[in-house]
Design a protein around this ligand. Structure first.
Ligand code: ZN
Length: 309
């Protein structure tokens, strides 16, 4: 079994309009845009990162906004819901805040007894806020006080289309069963980061999801450094997974592999982090380009749609 996974690192989804995407995460959700860069494989498309002050792993929501993207169709073989953690007793105030921005949120009790506030992102993205005791320091520069602001990810609900192979994979990755209710398995990593919970709803017969705007593209798990990433890669490869070589993503190193249930997993290093090329006070303000795309800067600055602060 793998011992090095610490919990979630980031979740990357697809959006349509980059301006609406930026406005939603930095406005109602009160997150900080910690990086404005471009997709490594499609440099004419932004890659936007939102999180706490420095983009601490375990709370980084990232987007590829393709302006003409067609909306995705939910189904099996994808991450169903991405959940952020909020302080206890704040769901009602959050519902009011979201409603003030035209976002309808519905409060419910989750299968494991937690208070959930469910809502959709600008492209129909499935999100929830979960009340929990979470020790992480929130970003308070986005207009939300510390007694209300998002702490980072609480968990994600995976909806693999398989017969339990993704559950087995997560156990192999160090996750342990906490509970199973209403067809949902809750797993957690002991001693991990604060985003150490994964829920799995296995759907062997569901229609496959169609990926598009509002869909999660991949979900990334955190490891400390490249050495532990190599150990994880070897363990996965030895078990039969086809894992990419480590890829330099400027702010972390990444390896990717697909689960038997159709979900793209990434394992990403915590280092070097989002302040490697920008002063912490000004993270996410200017367009940063991967070195290989720097020669396109003039063209990209002209063609990429302005997204606001
Ligand atoms: Zn990623």
């Amino acid at each position: 079994m793998i011992k090095h996974i610490q919990g979630l690192h980031h979740v990357t989804s697809i959006a349509s309009d980059p301006r609406a995407n930026n406005a939603f995460f930095t406005g109602p959700l009160g997150l900080r845009r910690v990086k404005k860069t471009v997709n490594f494989d499609a440099p004419d498309v932004y890659h936007l990162y939102y999180g706490d002050e420095v983009g601490t792993p375990g709370g980084v929501m990232t987007y590829f906004p393709f302006p003409n993207a067609v909306r995705g169709r939910p189904g099996g073989g994808e991450v169903g819901t991405t959940r952020f953690s909020i302080p206890r007793g704040t769901a009602r105030a959050w519902a009011d805040r979201l409603s003030g921005s035209g976002v309808t949120a519905s409060e419910s009790t989750g299968p494991f007894g937690e208070t959930l506030l469910s809502f959709s992102g600008p492209d129909g993205d499935a999100f929830a806020l979960v009340e929990s005791d979470d020790p992480r320091d929130p970003w308070t520069g986005g207009g939300l006080s510390a007694d209300m602001a998002i702490r980072g990810f609480h968990s994600a609900l995976l909806r693999p289309r398989d017969n339990g192979a993704t559950e087995e994979l997560l156990r192999f990755m160090g996750y342990e069963e906490v509970d199973r209710r209403n067809g949902v398995l809750r797993l957690a990593i002991g001693g991990g980061n604060a985003a150490n919970v994964i829920d799995v709803e296995t759907l062997p017969a569901a229609d496959w999801a169609a990926q598009g705007a509002g869909s999660v593209h991949h979900i990334a798990f955190s490891v400390k450094d490249r050495q532990t990433q190599d150990a994880v890669r070897k363990a996965l490869t030895d078990t039969g997974y086809r894992v990419t070589p480590p890829i330099d993503r400027d702010y972390f190193w990444a390896i990717y592999f697909r689960t038997p249930g159709g979900i793209l997993f990434e394992v990403a290093t915590d280092a070097p982090g989002f302040d490697r090329d920008e002063d912490r006070a000004h993270l996410g303000e200017t367009l940063k380009l991967p070195r290989q795309h720097e020669h396109l800067r003039a063209q990209l600055e002209r063609d990429l749609q302005p997204i606001g602060e």
